[in-house]
Design a binder for this molecule. Structure first.
Ligand SMILES: *Cc1c(COP(=O)(O)O)cnc(C)c1O
Length: 389
Protein backbone atom coordinates (compact mmCIF):
# COMPACT_ATOMS: atom_id res chain seq x y z
CA UNK A 1 0.00 0.00 0.00
CA UNK A 2 1.16 3.55 -0.67
CA UNK A 3 1.41 5.96 2.25
CA UNK A 4 -1.76 7.64 0.95
CA UNK A 5 -3.60 4.32 1.24
CA UNK A 6 -2.16 3.40 4.65
CA UNK A 7 -3.10 6.83 5.98
CA UNK A 8 -6.60 6.65 4.49
CA UNK A 9 -7.13 3.22 6.02
CA UNK A 10 -5.71 3.83 9.50
CA UNK A 11 -5.79 7.56 10.30
CA UNK A 12 -9.14 8.97 11.43
CA UNK A 13 -10.63 10.76 8.47
CA UNK A 14 -10.66 14.27 9.92
CA UNK A 15 -8.36 15.81 7.31
CA UNK A 16 -9.06 16.14 3.61
CA UNK A 17 -5.37 15.91 2.69
CA UNK A 18 -3.81 16.95 -0.61
CA UNK A 19 -2.21 14.00 -2.44
CA UNK A 20 1.30 15.10 -1.48
CA UNK A 21 3.66 13.38 0.96
CA UNK A 22 6.26 15.75 2.40
CA UNK A 23 9.49 14.00 3.41
CA UNK A 24 11.97 16.79 4.11
CA UNK A 25 12.70 20.47 3.82
CA UNK A 26 15.02 23.34 4.61
CA UNK A 27 13.93 26.87 5.40
CA UNK A 28 11.01 27.81 3.17
CA UNK A 29 11.42 24.90 0.76
CA UNK A 30 9.81 21.51 1.34
CA UNK A 31 10.34 18.36 -0.71
CA UNK A 32 7.83 15.64 -1.46
CA UNK A 33 8.43 11.92 -1.81
CA UNK A 34 9.03 12.27 -5.57
CA UNK A 35 11.69 14.91 -5.04
CA UNK A 36 9.46 17.80 -6.14
CA UNK A 37 10.21 21.03 -4.27
CA UNK A 38 7.66 23.56 -3.07
CA UNK A 39 7.96 27.05 -1.63
CA UNK A 40 6.12 26.84 1.68
CA UNK A 41 3.72 29.76 2.08
CA UNK A 42 1.79 28.07 4.91
CA UNK A 43 4.44 27.16 7.53
CA UNK A 44 2.34 24.30 8.85
CA UNK A 45 -0.37 26.92 9.56
CA UNK A 46 1.84 29.60 11.12
CA UNK A 47 3.89 27.10 13.11
CA UNK A 48 7.36 26.81 11.56
CA UNK A 49 8.28 30.43 12.34
CA UNK A 50 11.83 30.08 10.99
CA UNK A 51 11.01 27.49 8.36
CA UNK A 52 11.84 23.80 8.24
CA UNK A 53 14.86 22.43 10.12
CA UNK A 54 16.32 25.87 10.84
CA UNK A 55 19.90 25.44 12.13
CA UNK A 56 19.69 27.63 15.25
CA UNK A 57 16.34 26.16 16.25
CA UNK A 58 17.58 22.61 15.64
CA UNK A 59 20.69 23.19 17.74
CA UNK A 60 18.62 24.42 20.68
CA UNK A 61 16.50 21.27 20.53
CA UNK A 62 19.42 18.88 20.11
CA UNK A 63 21.21 20.39 23.09
CA UNK A 64 18.17 20.11 25.32
CA UNK A 65 17.15 16.64 24.16
CA UNK A 66 20.63 15.41 25.10
CA UNK A 67 20.12 16.70 28.66
CA UNK A 68 16.51 15.90 29.58
CA UNK A 69 13.56 15.49 27.21
CA UNK A 70 10.78 15.61 29.82
CA UNK A 71 10.33 16.07 33.53
CA UNK A 72 7.13 16.16 35.46
CA UNK A 73 5.98 19.52 36.68
CA UNK A 74 6.81 18.32 40.21
CA UNK A 75 10.36 19.55 39.54
CA UNK A 76 11.98 22.68 38.14
CA UNK A 77 13.58 22.78 34.69
CA UNK A 78 15.58 25.67 33.30
CA UNK A 79 14.01 26.16 29.84
CA UNK A 80 10.49 26.44 31.30
CA UNK A 81 11.52 29.07 33.87
CA UNK A 82 13.65 31.05 31.41
CA UNK A 83 10.94 31.03 28.74
CA UNK A 84 8.33 32.31 31.21
CA UNK A 85 10.77 35.04 32.25
CA UNK A 86 11.47 36.00 28.63
CA UNK A 87 7.77 36.13 27.73
CA UNK A 88 7.04 38.32 30.76
CA UNK A 89 10.00 40.64 30.17
CA UNK A 90 9.09 41.11 26.52
CA UNK A 91 5.39 41.76 27.18
CA UNK A 92 4.92 43.04 30.73
CA UNK A 93 2.74 40.06 31.67
CA UNK A 94 3.42 38.69 35.15
CA UNK A 95 3.02 34.92 34.94
CA UNK A 96 2.72 32.19 32.31
CA UNK A 97 0.98 28.83 32.27
CA UNK A 98 2.36 26.37 29.71
CA UNK A 99 0.36 23.77 27.81
CA UNK A 100 0.72 22.06 24.43
CA UNK A 101 -1.67 23.64 21.97
CA UNK A 102 -3.80 26.64 21.16
CA UNK A 103 -6.99 25.05 22.40
CA UNK A 104 -5.37 24.26 25.74
CA UNK A 105 -3.93 27.76 26.03
CA UNK A 106 -7.49 29.06 25.56
CA UNK A 107 -8.93 26.56 28.07
CA UNK A 108 -6.50 27.98 30.63
CA UNK A 109 -7.46 31.55 29.72
CA UNK A 110 -11.13 30.69 30.19
CA UNK A 111 -10.49 28.95 33.52
CA UNK A 112 -8.48 31.96 34.74
CA UNK A 113 -11.30 34.36 33.82
CA UNK A 114 -13.97 32.19 35.40
CA UNK A 115 -12.07 31.68 38.64
CA UNK A 116 -11.21 35.38 38.92
CA UNK A 117 -14.82 36.42 38.35
CA UNK A 118 -16.31 33.71 40.57
CA UNK A 119 -14.09 34.77 43.46
CA UNK A 120 -14.47 38.50 42.90
CA UNK A 121 -18.11 38.82 41.78
CA UNK A 122 -19.82 35.51 42.44
CA UNK A 123 -20.31 32.16 40.76
CA UNK A 124 -23.00 33.49 38.41
CA UNK A 125 -20.37 35.61 36.60
CA UNK A 126 -19.18 32.83 34.33
CA UNK A 127 -20.13 33.86 30.78
CA UNK A 128 -17.42 34.31 28.18
CA UNK A 129 -18.48 36.72 25.44
CA UNK A 130 -16.78 35.86 22.15
CA UNK A 131 -16.93 37.19 18.58
CA UNK A 132 -18.99 35.70 15.79
CA UNK A 133 -16.82 34.11 13.11
CA UNK A 134 -13.96 33.67 15.61
CA UNK A 135 -11.98 30.49 16.12
CA UNK A 136 -10.57 29.27 19.41
CA UNK A 137 -10.01 25.50 19.04
CA UNK A 138 -11.60 22.06 18.81
CA UNK A 139 -12.13 20.94 22.40
CA UNK A 140 -15.75 21.05 23.52
CA UNK A 141 -15.12 24.23 25.50
CA UNK A 142 -13.11 26.07 22.86
CA UNK A 143 -15.70 24.99 20.27
CA UNK A 144 -18.30 26.67 22.46
CA UNK A 145 -16.07 29.76 22.31
CA UNK A 146 -15.85 29.46 18.53
CA UNK A 147 -18.70 31.57 17.19
CA UNK A 148 -19.31 29.50 14.06
CA UNK A 149 -22.39 27.30 14.17
CA UNK A 150 -21.21 24.76 11.61
CA UNK A 151 -18.48 23.55 14.00
CA UNK A 152 -21.10 22.92 16.71
CA UNK A 153 -23.70 20.81 14.98
CA UNK A 154 -23.49 17.17 16.19
CA UNK A 155 -21.36 17.88 19.28
CA UNK A 156 -24.09 19.15 21.58
CA UNK A 157 -24.21 19.88 24.39
CA UNK A 158 -21.12 22.07 24.36
CA UNK A 159 -19.78 23.71 27.51
CA UNK A 160 -22.40 26.24 28.62
CA UNK A 161 -21.65 29.88 29.35
CA UNK A 162 -20.53 31.17 25.94
CA UNK A 163 -22.28 33.84 23.88
CA UNK A 164 -20.96 35.25 20.63
CA UNK A 165 -21.63 38.79 19.45
CA UNK A 166 -21.18 40.59 16.14
CA UNK A 167 -17.74 42.20 15.93
CA UNK A 168 -18.00 45.96 15.51
CA UNK A 169 -21.32 46.35 17.38
CA UNK A 170 -20.38 48.07 20.65
CA UNK A 171 -23.98 48.35 21.88
CA UNK A 172 -24.58 44.63 21.47
CA UNK A 173 -21.33 43.82 23.25
CA UNK A 174 -22.23 45.99 26.26
CA UNK A 175 -25.80 44.72 26.36
CA UNK A 176 -24.75 41.06 26.26
CA UNK A 177 -22.01 41.59 28.84
CA UNK A 178 -24.52 43.19 31.21
CA UNK A 179 -27.27 40.64 30.65
CA UNK A 180 -24.99 37.64 31.04
CA UNK A 181 -22.85 39.06 33.89
CA UNK A 182 -19.83 38.38 31.70
CA UNK A 183 -16.63 37.04 33.19
CA UNK A 184 -14.61 37.74 30.05
CA UNK A 185 -14.56 39.16 26.56
CA UNK A 186 -12.49 36.98 24.21
CA UNK A 187 -11.24 38.25 20.85
CA UNK A 188 -8.77 37.69 18.04
CA UNK A 189 -7.38 41.00 16.73
CA UNK A 190 -7.23 39.34 13.32
CA UNK A 191 -9.62 36.45 12.82
CA UNK A 192 -7.46 33.84 11.13
CA UNK A 193 -9.60 30.79 10.40
CA UNK A 194 -12.54 33.19 10.00
CA UNK A 195 -10.96 34.56 6.80
CA UNK A 196 -7.98 36.75 7.79
CA UNK A 197 -10.28 39.54 8.96
CA UNK A 198 -8.53 42.47 10.63
CA UNK A 199 -10.82 43.63 13.42
CA UNK A 200 -11.70 47.31 13.66
CA UNK A 201 -9.19 49.00 15.98
CA UNK A 202 -11.73 51.44 17.45
CA UNK A 203 -14.04 48.56 18.32
CA UNK A 204 -11.28 46.51 19.93
CA UNK A 205 -10.13 49.54 21.94
CA UNK A 206 -13.66 50.34 23.08
CA UNK A 207 -14.18 46.71 24.08
CA UNK A 208 -10.89 46.81 26.04
CA UNK A 209 -11.90 50.03 27.85
CA UNK A 210 -15.35 48.67 28.62
CA UNK A 211 -13.81 45.45 29.99
CA UNK A 212 -11.42 47.43 32.20
CA UNK A 213 -14.14 49.72 33.56
CA UNK A 214 -16.35 46.77 34.43
CA UNK A 215 -13.67 44.43 35.75
CA UNK A 216 -14.36 41.98 32.92
CA UNK A 217 -11.32 39.94 31.90
CA UNK A 218 -10.09 40.74 28.38
CA UNK A 219 -8.68 37.63 26.69
CA UNK A 220 -6.84 38.08 23.40
CA UNK A 221 -6.32 34.85 21.46
CA UNK A 222 -2.90 35.21 19.82
CA UNK A 223 -2.56 31.55 18.88
CA UNK A 224 -2.21 32.42 15.19
CA UNK A 225 -1.37 36.16 15.29
CA UNK A 226 1.32 35.87 17.96
CA UNK A 227 5.08 35.46 18.04
CA UNK A 228 5.95 37.94 15.31
CA UNK A 229 3.41 36.86 12.72
CA UNK A 230 1.73 40.26 12.28
CA UNK A 231 4.95 42.28 12.48
CA UNK A 232 4.71 42.89 16.23
CA UNK A 233 5.61 40.40 18.94
CA UNK A 234 1.84 40.10 19.63
CA UNK A 235 -0.91 41.71 17.60
CA UNK A 236 -2.56 43.33 20.65
CA UNK A 237 0.47 45.63 20.77
CA UNK A 238 -0.51 47.01 17.35
CA UNK A 239 -3.98 47.77 18.74
CA UNK A 240 -2.68 49.72 21.72
CA UNK A 241 -4.61 47.63 24.24
CA UNK A 242 -3.57 45.84 27.43
CA UNK A 243 -5.30 42.48 27.69
CA UNK A 244 -5.57 40.70 31.03
CA UNK A 245 -4.87 37.33 29.46
CA UNK A 246 -3.16 36.38 26.20
CA UNK A 247 -3.11 32.85 24.82
CA UNK A 248 -0.62 31.73 22.22
CA UNK A 249 0.74 28.54 20.63
CA UNK A 250 1.29 27.79 16.90
CA UNK A 251 4.55 29.62 16.07
CA UNK A 252 5.79 29.93 19.66
CA UNK A 253 8.15 26.92 19.57
CA UNK A 254 8.73 27.00 15.81
CA UNK A 255 7.29 23.55 15.16
CA UNK A 256 7.17 21.74 18.49
CA UNK A 257 3.93 21.63 20.49
CA UNK A 258 3.71 24.40 23.07
CA UNK A 259 0.90 26.58 24.33
CA UNK A 260 1.27 29.54 26.67
CA UNK A 261 -1.29 31.56 28.60
CA UNK A 262 0.03 34.87 29.87
CA UNK A 263 -1.56 36.47 32.94
CA UNK A 264 -1.30 40.15 33.93
CA UNK A 265 -1.13 41.59 37.44
CA UNK A 266 -4.90 41.29 37.85
CA UNK A 267 -5.01 37.54 37.34
CA UNK A 268 -1.43 36.48 38.01
CA UNK A 269 -2.32 34.80 41.29
CA UNK A 270 -5.69 33.40 40.31
CA UNK A 271 -4.30 29.87 40.13
CA UNK A 272 -3.00 28.16 43.24
CA UNK A 273 -1.53 24.70 43.74
CA UNK A 274 -3.65 22.08 41.99
CA UNK A 275 -5.96 24.54 40.22
CA UNK A 276 -4.71 23.67 36.77
CA UNK A 277 -2.06 21.46 35.22
CA UNK A 278 -0.67 19.64 32.21
CA UNK A 279 1.63 16.62 32.05
CA UNK A 280 3.49 17.81 28.97
CA UNK A 281 3.03 21.54 29.59
CA UNK A 282 6.35 23.38 29.78
CA UNK A 283 8.21 20.49 28.18
CA UNK A 284 11.93 21.40 28.30
CA UNK A 285 12.57 20.64 24.61
CA UNK A 286 9.58 22.71 23.47
CA UNK A 287 10.60 25.52 25.82
CA UNK A 288 14.23 25.46 24.62
CA UNK A 289 12.91 25.68 21.05
CA UNK A 290 10.67 28.61 22.00
CA UNK A 291 13.55 30.43 23.72
CA UNK A 292 15.58 30.15 20.52
CA UNK A 293 12.67 31.57 18.51
CA UNK A 294 11.79 34.45 20.86
CA UNK A 295 15.43 35.56 21.16
CA UNK A 296 15.42 36.26 17.44
CA UNK A 297 12.17 38.25 17.38
CA UNK A 298 13.81 41.64 18.06
CA UNK A 299 12.65 44.98 16.65
CA UNK A 300 14.88 44.78 13.58
CA UNK A 301 13.58 41.32 12.71
CA UNK A 302 9.96 42.35 13.26
CA UNK A 303 10.51 45.36 10.98
CA UNK A 304 11.61 42.89 8.29
CA UNK A 305 8.42 40.88 8.79
CA UNK A 306 6.43 44.09 8.30
CA UNK A 307 8.46 44.99 5.20
CA UNK A 308 7.92 41.55 3.66
CA UNK A 309 4.21 41.87 4.36
CA UNK A 310 4.22 45.26 2.60
CA UNK A 311 6.09 43.73 -0.31
CA UNK A 312 3.38 41.07 -0.68
CA UNK A 313 0.58 43.63 -0.41
CA UNK A 314 2.14 45.79 -3.10
CA UNK A 315 2.83 42.78 -5.29
CA UNK A 316 -0.82 41.68 -5.14
CA UNK A 317 -2.35 45.15 -5.48
CA UNK A 318 -4.10 45.79 -8.80
CA UNK A 319 -3.59 42.19 -9.84
CA UNK A 320 -5.95 40.48 -12.25
CA UNK A 321 -8.08 37.97 -10.34
CA UNK A 322 -7.32 39.41 -6.88
CA UNK A 323 -10.07 41.63 -5.49
CA UNK A 324 -8.59 42.50 -2.12
CA UNK A 325 -5.73 41.78 0.27
CA UNK A 326 -6.41 41.57 4.01
CA UNK A 327 -4.28 40.91 7.07
CA UNK A 328 -1.16 42.27 8.74
CA UNK A 329 2.53 41.42 8.50
CA UNK A 330 2.98 37.91 7.15
CA UNK A 331 -0.60 36.88 7.86
CA UNK A 332 -2.41 37.73 4.66
CA UNK A 333 -5.64 36.80 2.91
CA UNK A 334 -6.30 37.18 -0.81
CA UNK A 335 -9.88 37.55 -1.96
CA UNK A 336 -9.63 35.93 -5.36
CA UNK A 337 -12.12 35.90 -8.22
CA UNK A 338 -11.52 32.19 -8.74
CA UNK A 339 -12.50 29.92 -5.84
CA UNK A 340 -9.66 29.93 -3.28
CA UNK A 341 -9.40 26.13 -3.39
CA UNK A 342 -8.82 26.22 -7.14
CA UNK A 343 -6.05 28.82 -6.78
CA UNK A 344 -4.38 26.77 -4.04
CA UNK A 345 -4.49 23.62 -6.21
CA UNK A 346 -2.93 25.45 -9.19
CA UNK A 347 -0.22 26.90 -6.93
CA UNK A 348 0.55 23.46 -5.56
CA UNK A 349 0.89 21.99 -9.05
CA UNK A 350 3.33 24.82 -9.77
CA UNK A 351 5.41 24.34 -6.64
CA UNK A 352 3.92 26.72 -4.07
CA UNK A 353 2.01 25.61 -0.97
CA UNK A 354 -0.72 28.06 0.14
CA UNK A 355 -3.64 27.76 2.54
CA UNK A 356 -7.24 28.83 2.48
CA UNK A 357 -9.33 30.54 5.16
CA UNK A 358 -13.03 30.63 4.33
CA UNK A 359 -13.23 32.27 0.87
CA UNK A 360 -9.64 33.56 0.94
CA UNK A 361 -6.27 32.27 -0.13
CA UNK A 362 -4.27 32.53 3.09
CA UNK A 363 -0.53 33.17 3.19
CA UNK A 364 1.50 32.47 6.34
CA UNK A 365 5.10 32.06 5.16
CA UNK A 366 8.03 31.56 7.52
CA UNK A 367 8.91 34.87 9.17
CA UNK A 368 12.45 34.64 7.73
CA UNK A 369 11.44 33.61 4.20
CA UNK A 370 14.17 34.87 1.83
CA UNK A 371 13.12 37.54 -0.68
CA UNK A 372 13.90 35.40 -3.78
CA UNK A 373 11.55 32.67 -2.53
CA UNK A 374 8.89 35.26 -1.78
CA UNK A 375 9.26 36.79 -5.25
CA UNK A 376 8.99 33.41 -6.93
CA UNK A 377 5.92 32.49 -4.87
CA UNK A 378 4.28 35.80 -5.85
CA UNK A 379 4.70 35.03 -9.55
CA UNK A 380 3.17 31.56 -9.17
CA UNK A 381 0.25 32.85 -7.06
CA UNK A 382 -0.47 35.73 -9.46
CA UNK A 383 -0.46 33.39 -12.42
CA UNK A 384 -2.84 31.02 -10.58
CA UNK A 385 -5.23 33.91 -9.86
CA UNK A 386 -5.22 35.18 -13.45
CA UNK A 387 -8.50 34.70 -15.25
CA UNK A 388 -8.75 32.66 -18.44
CA UNK A 389 -8.26 34.74 -21.61
C1 LIG B 1 -5.22 27.35 15.49
C2 LIG B 1 -5.95 28.20 16.45
C3 LIG B 1 -6.42 27.69 17.67
C4 LIG B 1 -6.31 26.23 18.03
O1 LIG B 1 -4.99 25.82 18.17
P1 LIG B 1 -4.65 24.25 18.29
O2 LIG B 1 -3.17 24.23 18.55
O3 LIG B 1 -5.03 23.63 16.99
O4 LIG B 1 -5.43 23.72 19.42
C5 LIG B 1 -7.01 28.56 18.56
N1 LIG B 1 -7.16 29.86 18.26
C6 LIG B 1 -6.73 30.39 17.10
C7 LIG B 1 -6.91 31.86 16.83
C8 LIG B 1 -6.12 29.58 16.14
O5 LIG B 1 -5.72 30.09 14.98
Amino acid sequence: MSIFEVDKQYVAGTYNRFPVEIVSGKGSVVTDVDGKEYIDMGSGIAVTSFGIADDVWQQAIIEQIGKVQHMSNLYYTEPCALLAEMLCKKTGFKKVFFSNSGAEANECAIKAARKYSAEKKGADHFTIVTMKNGFHGRTLTTLAATGQEHYHELYQPLTPGFVSVTPGDVDELKKVCEETKAAAIMVECIQGEGGVLVQDAAYIRTAAEYAKENDIILIVDEVQTGNGRTGALYSYMQYGIEPDVVSTAKGLAGGLPLGATMLNEKVQNVFGFGDHGSTFGGNPVSCAAALSILKRLDDAFLAEVTAKGEFLRNAFADTEGIEAVSGMGLMLGLKTVKPAGEVVATCMANGVLCLTAKDKVRLLPALNIPMPALEKAVEVIKEACRLAD
